[in-house]
Write a protein that binds this ligand. Structure first.
Ligand code: AMP
Length: 292
């Protein structure tokens, strides 16, 4: 496994892979790798002949009051995990190589970027879209792998990819959870033992929403009220939003009849966590497939 530290070296390696007709899979990450990241890597390994994992804590997607400085950085153990998984290259550039002095160009995916996560974290998706476009240009992947955990992020990236005619196929992978249901996240390390228990409220709320849907409710307000009740019983949690949105437009829906997401964001102690339930109603029978 190669560890590639510069943009110019990565571009050279990408040119070589293309010349050799490799099917290149890119797994963009910010490091502090867990089983959720590794599931993306494993899928890429199955589908590609060359797998590149980028590790880059992207400063432009963090707000001024967010956790950029203390975001967990565990390069040695990340590198061991990726080597064991058979990854061909880690791309781990310096921020100054990605954003040299006088950097001025950003990608903005209008409409999808301002609400939900974008409302709570202004500028976040501009930073994400910009760095992902740069990673695509530098690594030239055939496929790029993203987790459904960050549902709005992957929607923004798919839109960018379509709008800008990018030559990359976006692959969306399911959420990986702890045995007790907490979605894996690099930020879970911030939780103390009480908060770790409190964080289960996200999964509890989504499970209750799923049960309510399974018993026939399609009314978004009723499901939202169930979620709010569950959150108000958890003293360590502050709900930021619980929204039910169309899976394509990310516009709020009042009745669930098309593919939709229930999106949650909450602060547990000082740690902000997100989670979601993806709902796919069958067009004719009305049966629902849940992706929790
Ligand atoms: P991050 O390092 O947090 O930027 O995440 C890198 C990629 O891993 C993103 O595509 C995330 O959606 C994905 N990811 C993070 N956590 C999970 C999880 N629990 N299950 C599946 N994918 C995940």
């Amino acid at each position: 496994m190669e560890t590639i530290r510069t943009v110019s070296w990565m571009k050279e390696s990408a040119r070589l892979a293309r010349a050799e007709n490799k099917i290149v899979g890119l797994v963009p990450t910010m490091g502090a790798l867990h089983a959720g990241h590794m599931a993306l890597v494993e899928r890429a390994k199955r589908e590609c002949t060359q797998v590149v994992t980028s590790i880059f804590v992207n400063p432009t997607q963090f707000g001024p009051k967010e956790d950029l400085a203390k975001y967990p950085r565990t390069f040695e153990s990340d590198s061991q995990k990726l080597e064991a998984a058979g990854v061909n290259a880690i791309f781990a550039p310096q921020p100054s190589d990605i954003y040299p002095p006088n950097f001025r160009t950003y990608v903005n995916v209008d409409g999808l970027s301002e609400r939900l996560e974008g409302r709570s974290r202004p500028g976040h998706f501009r930073g994400v879209a910009t760095v992902v476009l740069k990673l695509f240009e530098i690594c030239q992947p055939t496929y790029a792998y993203f987790g459904r955990k960050d549902a709005q992020q992957v929607r923004v990236i798919s839109q960018m990819s379509r709008d800008l005619n990018l030559d990359v196929e976006i692959v969306i992978c399911p959420i990986v959870r702890e045995p007790d249901g907490l979605a894996l996240s690099s930020r879970n390390v911030y939780l103390n033992p009480d908060e770790r228990k409190g964080a289960l409220v996200l999964n509890r709320a989504l499970t209750a929403a799923r049960d309510e849907l399974a018993s026939g409710t399609r009314d978004a307000l009723s499901i939202q009220s169930t979620i709010q009740k569950i959150f108000s019983a958890e003293p360590l949690a502050t709900l930021d939003y619980a929204e039910i949105v169309d899976a394509d437009t990310f516009d709020p829906v009042t009745r669930i009849s098309n593919p939709a997401y229930i999106l949650l964001a909450a602060t547990i102690g000082k740690t902000r966590l997100i989670d979601n339930l993806y709902i796919e109603p069958a067009p004719t029978s009305g049966d629902i497939t849940f992706h929790l």
